[in-house]
Design a protein around this ligand. Structure first.
Ligand code: GLP
Length: 264
């Protein structure tokens, strides 16, 4: 796991947008796995700006989102489909037919999960998966105790996650407690993973993810098993890491090597 620590959330967003742009320039028909939540919004804004400048094009990109609430339509302001349209897709040159979000209103959600897995396979698998991090260590909506080998399926949200996301719903509004999420096994098949975490509310989950023991109690610890996972943190999210200085030293050395034309 490569751990990159940057001063502010703004720096995390710039780094992530640059990382994603490089992937697309390297392979214009990249298959991206995308995430919702407040963390990636700044990255999406930076990507929109790069598209405006002509520095990257999503014309041939295919996307799959991690998750969706079960029981609210795509038009609902809190649906993840609506979020993606508003925060990214409506502002870039992507073909919306090539963007997929799990169907939270399917008559047969179990079948919809199977079809989602198949669609990812048919697209050639995910080249780069973007992730946020729940305060309890969840990725996608894979809550603590999720099987580390799980596939796309229906998941019940923990009360903590429901409470964390309540801020997006009006008081008294129906808030789903069920979701469809890519499984941890699905996420781990992505060729590269880029996880972003900012703010001190994530510091404890970050510490467990990076330096804790591999465990379904913190699903994000599975990233320790991924050969190409990059974790990008602001200094608040990194504040509890014991080996923080070592990660910064490695990153510094990597940058020196890259500047000298040695890309490893
Ligand atoms: C939700 C999403 C996750 C996201 C998490 C953290 O639960 N399903 O994909 O990582 O929220 O959100 P935030 O970035 O708002 O802290």
């Amino acid at each position: 796991m490569q751990v990159v620590i940057l001063p502010q959330p703004f720096d995390v967003a710039q780094y992530a947008a640059d990382f994603i742009s490089k992937q697309i320039r390297h392979k214009p028909s990249s298959v991206l796995g995308l995430a919702t939540g407040s963390t990636p919004i700044a990255t999406y804004q930076a990507l929109i700006e790069l598209v405006r400048q002509g520095a990257v094009s999503f014309q041939h990109v295919h996307t799959f989102n991690l998750d969706e609430y079960l029981g609210i339509p795509a038009t609902h302001p809190q649906s993840y489909r609506h979020f993606m349209n508003e925060e990214l897709f409506n502002h870039i040159d992507i073909d919306v037919a090539r963007t997929q979000v799990p169907d939270g209103m399917s008559n047969d959600p179990i079948q919809a999960c199977t079809r989602y897995e198949q669609a990812i396979q048919d697209a050639g698998g995910i080249d780069l998966q973007l992730l946020g991090l729940g305060r309890n260590g969840h990725i996608g909506f894979n809550e603590p105790s999720s099987s580390l080998a799980s596939r796309t399926r229906i998941k019940t949200l923990t009360p903590a996650t429901v409470a964390d996301n309540a801020r997006f719903f009006a008081p008294g509004e129906f808030q789903p407690h069920l979701s469809i999420t890519m499984g941890i096994g699905t996420i781990m098949e992505a060729r590269k993973i880029l996880l972003l975490a900012t703010g001190d509310t994530k510091a404890s989950a970050v510490k467990t993810m990076v330096e804790g023991a591999l465990s379904a109690a913190c699903p994000a610890t599975i990233l320790q098993m991924h050969p190409q996972a990059t974790v990008v943190l602001d200094s608040a999210a990194a504040s509890l890491l014991e080996m923080r200085e070592f990660y910064q030293y490695i990153e510094h050395e990597n940058q020196k090597l890259q500047a000298n034309g040695r890309p490893y």
